[in-house]
Design a binder for this molecule. Sequence first.
Ligand code: HEC
Ligand code: HEC
Length: 255
Amino acid sequence: MKSAGIRYTMLIIVFLLISAFVLTPSTAVSENLDTLPAERLQTVVTGGLLYDKWWKELGIAKPASIHPSYPEIGKKRGTSTWRCKECHGWDYKGSKGAYGRGGHYTGIRGIRVAAGTPEKRVTAILRNKSHQFDRLPQRALQAIAAFVVYGQVDMDKYIDRASKKAKGDKASGGRLFQTICARCHGADGTLLNFSGDPKNPEYIGTVATRNPWETLHKIRYGQPGEQMPSMLALSLEQQLAILAYTQTLPLRRHQ
Ligand code: HEC
Ligand code: HEC
């Protein structure tokens, strides 16, 4: 009797383990954001915007000097060397990512390993000698840490490095773009010109084709200091669908 009971209990445990494994949604796509309480999402979004361009989002004076950790071999000077993305990349992979060569090369490693680590550890890194971000308000540092810990995705899984093509469903992306983005950017993404130069315009189609990693970051978090909303609450599949669709948008404005 007793051993039958134990066997029965074991069977139930095995069944529960298997069903937990089968029913748990794939973490490969949801990454570590889905378990976060809704109240914390806004902090992660703010952190993503600060990672992009913290002075714009905070509405404070931009630094004029070169960041003390920006290396000699780097080609950038002044303000832009203070953006997290300038040293760690839009794909968060630093020298192992898209910034592994070209005009943004620094040789600095990425922040992927810091995903899922304690947030306190990240705020400490932001205050260390190689960062010197203690000039930022404590709440901003906490938001950046929340982004680093919860907000990253492994972009190489979703964007082919060589062809820059996003792995997303263009058709459903078009439906999302036309209902969410077109209001501000126009049906073909050419209503706003980011370069401000009519001779050398930059539209969504341009950015998405040239820099899909930047575009995915901005789809997820929005644009620092602007009204553009974050799409973080959409599934990653939907975000990637939008990205894939934006890569079909024109690089030039039809007259
Ligand atoms: C001028 C270049 C530069 C900028 C800008 C910069 N970092 Fe770093 N970061 C580094 C260097 C160099 C290291 C490695 C050495 C170290 O940790 O002290 C590093 C390491 C890190 C690490 C640790 C990664 C690991 O291996 O554990 C994190 C996290 C990080 N940075 C986040 C950020 C964030 C967030 C920002 C923006 C607020 C930022 N960094 C801005 C240069 C930079
Ligand atoms: C409420 C208006 C609004 C909505 C909605 C909106 N955006 Fe934006 N977006 C902006 C503004 C404003 C800018 C900054 C324009 C500038 O800097 O000239 C911007 C910037 C961008 C950029 C950055 C370009 C760059 O190089 O800096 C991208 C990419 C972008 N938007 C894509 C999208 C996508 C995709 C959607 C839909 C998911 C979307 N936006 C929805 C207003 C909006």
